[in-house]
Design a protein around this ligand. Structure first.
Ligand code: PRX
Length: 632
């Protein structure tokens, strides 16, 4: 197993060693895994290109390390513990042995349907065990999985399938989500109608059993082709730098980009980080509430925990069904030891009242995690007091889809935890703050742009099909550095607090969204001339979406607003619906025609005291108008 840090001194020593001699440090971690043939060189990198390669020419299969490797020591231990949407329904468990069988059967089915090494398979599934099984089955045979969060629209799904040129979509018939049933197969049908020309097969898992439309040309039932397969499937020999998965994420411009992660480095870092961040001990029940549609679910529901031989829980439902005590009821029921969730969930549950967690015995909880957005002080203290009872350290983990694993975090009971501070870098991670010109800000008590100056094993390798975009977005802002897109401050003791995005990306309920993406969706409405979208502080969501819209329509009634929401839901999904829509006559623009979002952000945040100098704008007069009509 990869190293597990045990004390503050150990952290300091390990960190120092990982920076002084990264190759030896990561080689030690890598050597704890099973390699089919050893790597020849630990690292080769050049951020200018960018080219990053870890464990060069090493051959492995990540599922061998997640599953086969554990059979001798923990074959009968529960690997996946599944809690269904309804508390009345039965829990399902898969031991490591059973999970391997299920993965092999699914892998054989994929092969039987023509999926080969390198082919892309898109998942559009609920949080059922079959999602984890399917993802691992792809990895078993070297197919590249791309999980699309099942809240995205048919259009957004088709966009991702087309970009990845996926050969297969795996979905369910319906998803259970609280009291709702979501017709997932129907969304896939719509996506197939508008795109998805590369798709040969749609594999449908019968989840609720409700009736679905069927196309004999493409559709197959999971149970028909998976259940009868052989229970053995040899793990494909993968190169360390072969693609493991693509995960689409939003940026400040254009369509979402496919972040590419590869087999070897991702394996080493997710296992190493899981064991240290969560201080997982044999027998613990670990629960991360994320959806596998996001990176958190990939790294810390599936790969990290399984690589580390943990028992990882998957929850199908939502925090408020059947009531606002569900999370805490589950913690009591399964005696959860590590609980990892997002600030937006904490805030939403905090708003429901202290009586909900008070009903349940939460004494099994040893540590609490937070991820996805800055956690505000009030939520931090509520989490600490009402869930952790003041005895469970809170780890505020900062990372990104692109980083593959947690980068900056307190280590529970090892380093201190200061509210709202992600605090200290993980071993091997070298974060720095720079000013706008790229000069390093070495002192404490400074604010700057967060960059990483040395590669780490699980960093993105490219953006699928467009390497230049990868270079431009992450490696061109500052020479020889990976730019995160985040602003951060370092306190007097060197702890880092990530403040938020400095680009045109907003973070709504922990979901990352490009303002340009939402604008493009709004602009699809035939009566919209132009729009500008910004984030504003929102009590529960962290950031809400504020849209300024110029329209030809003079009847600005609620029906029109609803049409705009419908268009966004159709283009992206309900998660991108603006919270506020203000109709305006003009948008503040620079002389070169660029929208001055800074001004719009201030107005949306009801902070109009100092809008700066607007006299250089092309149309300064519109600022007063917008201010007057601002929605509060
Ligand atoms: O702005 C940061 C914010 O979420 C962004 C990454 O989003 P995504 O790729 O969807 O991954 C989320 C889950 C890893 C970052 O650029 N972010 C994430 N975690 C934190 C955070 N901001 C502040 N504190 C955090 N702990």
């Amino acid at each position: 197993m990869t190293k597990q840090i045990t004390s503050l001194q150990d952290y300091k020593d390990t960190y120092q060693r990982s920076v002084n001699d990264p190759e030896t440090f990561w080689a030690e971690q890598a050597d704890t895994f099973t390699w089919f043939s050893p790597y020849e060189k630990v690292l080769d990198w050049n951020f200018q290109k960018p080219r990053v390669q870890w464990f060069i020419n090493g051959k492995l299969n990540i599922t061998y390390n997640c599953l086969d490797r554990h059979l001798e020591t923990r074959g009968d231990q529960v690997a996946i513990l599944w809690e269904p949407n309804s508390p009345e329904d039965d829990v399902q468990t898969y031991t490591y042995k059973e999970l391997l069988v299920a993965v092999c059967q699914c892998a054989n089915a994929l092969k039987a349907k023509g999926i080969q090494k390198g082919d892309r398979v898109v998942f559009y599934m609920p949080m059922t065990p079959e999602l984890a099984i399917g993802v691992l089955a792809c990895a078993r045979i070297g197919a590249v999985h791309s999980v699309v969060f099942a809240g995205f629209s048919a259009q957004a799904l088709a966009d991702r399938v087309d970009d990845a040129k996926a050969k297969m979509i795996i979905c369910s018939d319906f998803n259970n989500r609280g009291a709702k049933k979501i017709p997932v197969k129907q969304v896939v049908d719509e996506a197939m109608d508008i795109g998805c020309n590369s798709v040969e097969t749609v594999l449908v898992h019968k989840n609720t059993g409700d009736a679905v439309n069927w196309s004999d040309d493409t559709d197959l039932w999971w149970h028909d082709i998976v259940n009868g397969q052989s229970t053995q499937c040899e793990a494909e020999v993968m190169d360390a730098e072969d693609m493991l998965f693509i995960l689409y994420t939003s940026g400040s411009t254009g369509k979402p980009k496919g972040v590419v992660h590869t087999c070897g480095g991702y394996m080493v870092y997710t296992c190493f980080s899981f064991r240290n961040v969560f201080q997982y001990k044999e027998g613990d029940i670990y629960w991360c509430t994320a959806d596998i549609g996001w990176i958190t679910g990939h790294s810390y529901i599936v790969y990290g925990p399984l690589l580390a031989g943990a028992t990882t829980m998957m929850f199908e439902g939502v925090p408020t069904y059947p009531d606002a005590g569900r999370f805490w009821q589950i913690c009591e029921k399964h005696k959860v030891n590590q609980f990892y969730t997002a600030p937006t969930a904490i805030r939403a549950l905090m708003a429901k009242g202290d009586e909900w967690p008070a009903k349940y015995d939460l004494s099994s909880i040893k540590l609490l995690g937070s991820v996805g957005e800055p956690i505000n002080e009030e939520a931090w203290h509520w989490y600490d007091k009402h869930i952790g009872k003041g005895k469970s350290p809170i780890i505020d983990t900062w990372w990104q889809t692109e980083t593959g694993g947690v980068m900056i975090t307190p280590l529970p009971n090892i380093t201190d935890a200061k509210p709202t501070y992600a605090s200290y870098p993980m071993p091997g991670i070298q974060p720095i703050l720079v000013d706008a010109a790229g000069n390093e800000l070495p002192d404490n008590n400074v604010e700057g742009l967060l960059c990483i100056k040395f590669p780490w094993p699980s960093m993105l390798r490219t953006t699928y099909g467009d390497h230049e975009r990868c270079r431009q977005v992450y490696f061109s802002a500052f020479e020889n550095m990976y730019f995160t897109g985040d602003g951060a401050r370092r306190d007097e003791d060197g702890r880092i607090r990530v403040i938020g995005r400095v680009d045109d990306v907003i973070n709504v309920s922990g979901h990352r969204m490009g303002t340009a993406e939402v604008e493009n969706a709004i602009n699809e409405h035939p009566n919209v001339i132009e729009s500008a979208v910004v984030g504003y502080p929102h009590d529960i969501k962290g950031q809400g979406i504020y849209a300024y819209v110029i329209t030809a329509d003079k009847n600005l009634d609620d029906a029109f607003r609803k049409e705009i929401l419908a268009v966004v839901t159709k283009e992206i999904g309900p998660i991108a619906k603006p919270d506020k829509i203000q109709f305006v006559n003009g948008l503040p623009k620079t002389r070169s025609g660029k929208i001055m979002r800074r001004i719009l952000r201030k107005i949306a945040s009801s902070d109009t005291s100092n809008l700066g100098d607007v006299s250089t704008l092309l149309n300064p007069e519109c600022v007063e108008d917008i201010k007057d009509g601002a929605l509060v």
